[in-house]
Design a protein around this ligand. Structure first.
Ligand code: MN
Length: 254
């Protein structure tokens, strides 16, 4: 029976994590180790400057989980380095409360946790869902089960890769299908808000609305906008191969 590690960046009590855990119990043994609070948009962290605590918690459905004062990628590292004793076959991070599309992945704690799994050589995926009211967590959880089954049945995914999955907030019957995609482009609308503290010194908020997307066919943003589950393979090797030769000419000569 495969052993699945679940984590997230929204905190161990997020309803998205609970939905994922309940669904993935269909395919294997589930262990949970996730942060004790919201770490969204913290990227790929590693806590080296302070000790990390791990303690048990009971989730809303009465099931047991572990939580930590570390971050999402700390959670995966702790689990894989021995806090969870039995070997892990699959790391699943999510279900995040917002999509992680295009450049979002560089900020995402959800994706960072899956990256950590990939660094340890374990098949890993990040699961994120569109926002909306009502929330169809069970759609995301059901899609995650299908993708997890494929990953396990096919002996994992290539070393150094992970899957970034985004799921529409729709009832299951309303899904268009599954599409394998490239990363698209996000447009951020950040605005610098300047205020003054009581001493007159400025302080700053990075404010502004949520990002919008460039709707190019074949991308994650396009697939999601058209009601599809988007599956993007990511590589830990971020080398831009096509630029190597030009850069060599610049610095190494012909
Ligand atoms: Mn989050």
């Amino acid at each position: 029976m495969p052993h699945v590690l679940i984590t997230n960046d929204d905190g161990v009590h997020s309803p998205g994590l609970l939905a994922l855990a309940q669904a993935l119990r269909q395919i294997g043994q589930v262990s949970i180790l996730a942060p004790d609070r919201n770490w969204s948009v913290t990227g790929h962290n590693k806590t080296l400057h302070k000790p990390l605590r791990v303690w048990p918690v009971t989730l809303e459905d009465g099931s047991q989980a572990l939580t930590t004062d570390g971050g999402p990628s700390d959670s995966v590292a702790l689990a894989l380095m021995g806090v969870i004793e039995q070997p892990i076959d699959l790391v699943v991070s999510g279900v995040n409360t917002r999509p992680n599309l295009g450049d979002d992945i560089t900020y995402s704690g959800t994706v960072a946790a899956a990256m950590e799994g990939a660094i340890f050589g374990i098949p890993s995926m990040a699961i994120s869902q569109e926002e909306g009211d009502p929330r169809y967590w069970e759609t995301a959880a059901r899609a995650a089960v299908i993708i997890a089954r494929q990953m396990l049945a096919n002996g994992g995914i290539p070393r150094g890769t992970l899957l970034n999955v985004n799921i529409p907030n729709l009832p299951w019957e309303a899904l268009q299908g599954f599409q394998v995609t490239r990363l698209g482009q996000r447009r951020y609308h950040d605005e610098l808000v300047v205020r003054r503290d009581p001493g007159g010194r400025p302080y700053y908020w990075i404010g502004g609305g949520p990002p919008s997307s460039v709707l190019e066919p074949g991308t994650d943003v396009y697939a999601l906008a058209h009601g599809n589950v988007s599956i993007t393979p990511l590589s830990l090797d971020m080398t831009h191969d096509a630029f190597l030769d030009t850069l060599r000419r610049w610095f190494e000569g012909d």
